[in-house]
Design a binder for this molecule. Structure first.
Ligand code: ADP
Ligand code: MG
Length: 567
């Protein structure tokens, strides 16, 4: 094909794609414009996860009638004039691309009025072209209505995820901006249902209560600023007992901009070194402020990444502030200085907990049961427990080292799936229904997973916009904190991406079993170990846990003989 300049509308749609990836991108750009306009209240209304409608109304400065059409021109902005201005950006927007991009891929209506105008302006565009332009009544401020997103970009439309996923992205975004701007009042409606509101009191803590619930907020402490020079660090971090299955709960703002930054996320995590259980992550809201010329915000069209002039200094400031806060504000006796792990003397030792019972004659040479499936286990004789984590057993081929947690996960998982099909999961009713506060994201997740959760034995009912009543849970989970169990499961489900209907039960069961299974570090009696091994022998896939990790390793007799120089 010969080289050709693309028609203008094709070029516009391509450019728009960089800025507007999904409904939450629209919400992001419109919120940023409202904040830049000096709004004190931002109202966000979304229908059908944002595909049908996104409407953002603010009480900011408004756009003068004469400038309204210009606002939709590409690279038209009131926030930047020269290239030099790029070095000290103090607004969230500056590229002049958002409104043009949105207008290229949706039907847009803008209503606006400034303080000194008597009537407002209404401008309506379709596919980037003005279809209506008139005077209208409007309170001071701006309302932007975006309908039928991607109606003219079928390729994009195809890639949109389910409504609940898109809603979740929007929830994440709105709650983040509410945290970054606690003095603004944000409200978010999904399909005419109020799902979130921030009080605008100016206190981040008040927003945290709205986002995470009071119980969680009470486990968070303010960061005592221990920044470096002109780098200031503030926010709230969770005490070590508050941990999550993924890093999504580490929120970072740089000069009021929500950013994703691997380095700074690591800085926060390192500050928790040795304080959290393995593979658990902290909950933190960290605000970094530094002079605008120290940070380049013009790295990515969506402005969600930044570059620091002195990355190491920022990294250190974040890590130190978080660490210092943890050490002074949280009662953690085991806290250790950075970089020092357990000394050799302190390391939990490998010990035999159970005495070895005398071997029973002939048992080791017992043949495998006839008809057993290839993966099936030979009969095993439990010898003892190692490091409160592994069961040592003897089998015909030699020694078996069984991970008690993984083995129990497998047992629970198969029992549960078997029971679910027979609709007879054992459930335990709580004496008093427990009210559990959910974040908007968790509430969305619950909506998606409500039916599978019911099948599994969680009896949950809505109780107000963010609170549910937990009435019962499956018996195998009753030994744990019911609230944390439910919240933990929801978080982990959220991290797993969009489920296919068919895999929902199995995925939920696998996650629940991880919580219900005996943990490493738990002493088991001889009888408990025998019962566990007997149960494991009855499963269809005894050699792996539901997440695919091995439940056991074998040390063969041949190997031992070789190592001992016998063979
Ligand atoms: P940018 O924010 O990068 O300047 P946008 O395309 O988002 O680019 O907006 C273009 C211009 O329209 C802004 O510079 C601003 O002058 C005006 N504008 C957009 N939204 C609002 C709003 N909510 N209130 C006041 N002015 C607005
Ligand atoms: Mg903008």
């Amino acid at each position: 094909m010969p080289i050709r300049v693309l028609p203008q509308d094709v070029a516009a749609k391509i450019a728009a794609g960089e800025v507007i990836e999904r409904p939450s991108s629209v919400v992001k750009e419109l919120i940023e414009n409202a904040i830049d306009a000096g709004a004190t209240a931002v109202d966000i209304r979304v229908c059908r996860g944002g595909r049908q409608l996104v409407r953002v109304a603010d009480d900011g400065c408004g756009i003068p009638a004469a400038e309204v059409p210009l606002a939709f021109a590409r690279h038209a902005t009131s926030k930047l004039r020269t290239v030099d201005d790029l070095t000290h950006i103090t607004t969230l927007g500056f590229r002049g691309e958002a409104l043009a991009s949105i207008a290229a891929v949706a039907r847009v209506t803008l209503l606006t009025r400034t303080a000194d105008e008597e009537s407002g302006t209404r401008l309506q565009l379709e596919g980037g072209h003005v279809v209506r332009h008139e005077r209208c009544g409007h309170p001071q401020g701006t309302t932007v209505i975006v309908e039928d997103l991607f109606y003219n970009v079928p390729a994009r439309l195809k890639f949109l995820r389910s409504e609940s996923t898109e809603r979740r992205h929007i929830d994440d975004l709105v709650t983040r901006y509410a945290m970054a701007y606690p003095h603004l009042r944000f409200s978010l409606h999904h399909d005419d249902r109020l799902v979130f509101r921030s009080p605008g009191s100016g206190a981040l803590y008040d927003v945290l209560i709205e986002v995470y619930g009071l119980e969680t907020a009470q486990l968070m402490v303010a960061i005592g600023d221990d920044g470096e020079g002109h780098i200031r660090v503030s926010g709230y971090i969770g005490l070590p007992e508050l941990h999550r299955a993924n890093r999504q709960h580490i929120t970072l703002f740089v000069n009021g901009r929500w950013v994703r930054d691997r380095g700074l996320t690591t800085a926060v995590e390192q500050a928790y070194h040795t304080l959290l259980p393995v593979r658990r992550h902290p909950l933190a809201v960290v605000q970094v402020s530094l002079p605008p010329d120290e940070v380049d915000v013009n790295v990515h069209p969506t402005k969600s990444e930044v570059k620091f002039r002195q990355h190491n200094a920022v990294f250190r400031a974040v890590q130190r502030s978080v660490r210092a806060t943890l050490l002074t504000r949280s009662p953690i006796p085991e806290a250790r200085p950075m970089g020092q792990g357990w000394s050799e003397a302190e390391r939990p030792g490998v010990e035999w907990v159970e005495p070895l019972p005398p071997p029973t004659a002939g048992q080791t040479s017992q043949p495998e049961l006839p008809g057993a499936s290839p993966g099936a286990l030979p009969p095993l004789r439990v010898l003892g427990q190692l490091a409160q984590t592994y069961i040592i057993a003897e089998g015909p081929e030699g020694m078996y080292l069984i991970d008690q947690h993984a083995a129990h996960e497998r047992v629970l998982y198969e029992k549960l799936l078997a029971h679910q099909t027979m609709a007879e999961v054992q459930i335990q009713h709580l004496l008093e229904p427990l009210s559990v506060e959910l974040t908007p994201a968790q509430a969305e997740e619950l909506e998606t997973w409500l039916e599978p959760l019911h099948r599994l034995g969680f009896k949950v009912e809505p109780f107000g916009s963010h609170t549910v009543l937990l009435r019962a849970l499956p018996t195998f989970l009753t030994h744990a904190d019911a609230r944390q169990t439910l919240l933990g499961i929801l978080d982990e489900l959220a991290a797993g991406g969009e489920p296919l209907a068919d895999e929902m039960d199995a995925r939920l069961a696998a996650i629940a079993c991880k919580r219900g299974a005996v943990k490493a570090g738990q002493t088991l009696s001889q009888e408990e170990m025998q019962a566990l091994i007997a149960d494991l022998e009855r499963t269809a896939s005894p050699r792996t846990c539901p997440h695919g990790r091995p439940t056991m390793i074998t040390l063969s007799r041949t190997w031992m003989e070789r190592e001992f120089g016998r063979g």
